[in-house]
Design a protein around this ligand. Structure first.
Ligand SMILES: C[S@@+](CC[C@H](N)C(=O)[O-])C[C@H]1O[C@@H](n2cnc3c(N)ncnc32)[C@H](O)[C@@H]1O
Length: 328
């Protein structure tokens, strides 16, 4: 159902999908592949059923920084929401916000004041001290059972993400966070209002840690599913796959295409976004073949994270849906 408070009078509900929402809550982490810049294009690609009350369930198996989740859920009210990610640190952070947002804010307030009171050189060593302590405590963290150590860890994840180079979340094979210090004048480490609004939104949301296929059981004919897997590398040297220890290879892209078919058969409405391999090679039909039975559109985008700085610039992004999209 469309949240009527966000729609100017006289605008039909269907058009409301194209109106950027008043962003009461937004991603609090900088996340590689974050979709903030594509929200307008996605807004124009949503299924019409979203406005008619026929869809009551939302599932997002690759949650990442949550740009789409936060935006869409401020425009539409779903009776059930399920989000998932394979990155255990990210999922831990969402769970802490959901459960203990005030304790998290208090921890972040301390980190923020300790950071801002220092000179730039002191900030750098403070950053590495926090990063070292964060990595040293990894063996003691039980990612399955919520405990008081989780609040501390979530605060450090947010702090490191906001102060590290490029806002990356990158871990080595052993799971150690290895991004260097970022030189920002006054990074925003804590936005209390935003975190409280995020907590409110997560309150009635099921948060899963695991592979995207885990979400299959929560999908039915009244579900809208948004799939945003890690990008297929534009070229062999640009693979940015280190959100977590596993990576995402072509075999996973094929598993995802199978998953797409499976939930399509259940009657769900599905939207998937991915990088367009034709940016690199105009003859590459990888996704065109994998999703030949569905609607494939190419929309302009800007690649923000790329190992090779010279390749930043305008590219296209794929939006694949199992329903027709009216282009306005
Ligand atoms: C492109 S990002 C999603 C970005 C998100 N839409 C946003 O706007 O921030 C892909 C996400 O998939 C997660 N991921 C990687 N492999 C996965 C898997 N097998 N199952 C579920 N999530 C996975 C990564 O940890 C990452 O957060």
């Amino acid at each position: 159902m469309v949240n009527s408070k966000l729609i100017p009078t006289g605008v039909p509900p269907y058009m409301a999908q194209q109106i950027p929402s008043i962003q009461k809550c937004r991603p609090f982490l900088k996340w590689a592949g974050g979709k903030t810049q594509l929200l307008d294009a996605f807004g124009r690609s949503l299924p019409e059923e979203l406005s008619g009350g026929k869809i009551t369930n939302y599932v997002e198996p690759f949650m990442g920084g949550g740009a789409v989740f936060f935006s869409l859920n401020q425009q539409h009210t779903f009776r059930q929401r399920t989000v998932c990610d394979a990155n255990e640190e990210l999922v831990l952070t969402y769970r802490v916000i959901k459960r203990s947002v005030e304790d998290l804010i208090a921890e972040l307030r301390t980190l923020e004041s300790e950071y801002h009171v220092r000179t730039e050189r002191e900030r750098e060593s403070f950053y590495y001290k926090v990063r070292g302590a964060f990595n040293d405590s990894l063996p003691d963290i039980n990612f399955r059972n919520y405990g008081s150590a989780w609040v501390d860890r979530a605060a450090r994840i947010i702090f490191l993400n906001r102060t590290c180079y490029n806002g990356l979340f990158r871990v080595n094979r052993k799971g150690g966070f290895n991004v260097p210090f970022g030189r920002y004048k006054k990074p925003e480490i804590l936005n209390e209002d935003n975190l409280r609004n995020v907590a409110e939104m997560l309150h009635a949301t099921r948060i899963i840690h695991g592979d995207f296929t885990t979400c299959g059981k929560f999908v039915d004919g009244k579900t809208f599913v948004y799939l945003d897997p890690p990008y297929r590398p534009l070229n062999r040297t640009s693979s940015f796959t280190s959100y977590s220890r596993g990576g995402f290879c072509d075999e996973d892209q094929m598993r995802l295409a199978e998953f797409f078919k499976k939930i399509d058969a259940k009657g769900a409405k599905i939207m998937l976004s991915n990088s367009d391999p034709r940016n690199e090679n105009p003859n590459d039909s990888y996704f065109d073949e994998l999703f030949a039975d569905y609607t494939i559109r190419r929309v302009p985008a800007r690649r923000i994270i790329n190992c090779n700085g010279s390749r930043r610039g305008n590219i296209s992004e794929l939006i694949i849906t199992n329903y027709p999209v009216k282009t306005v």
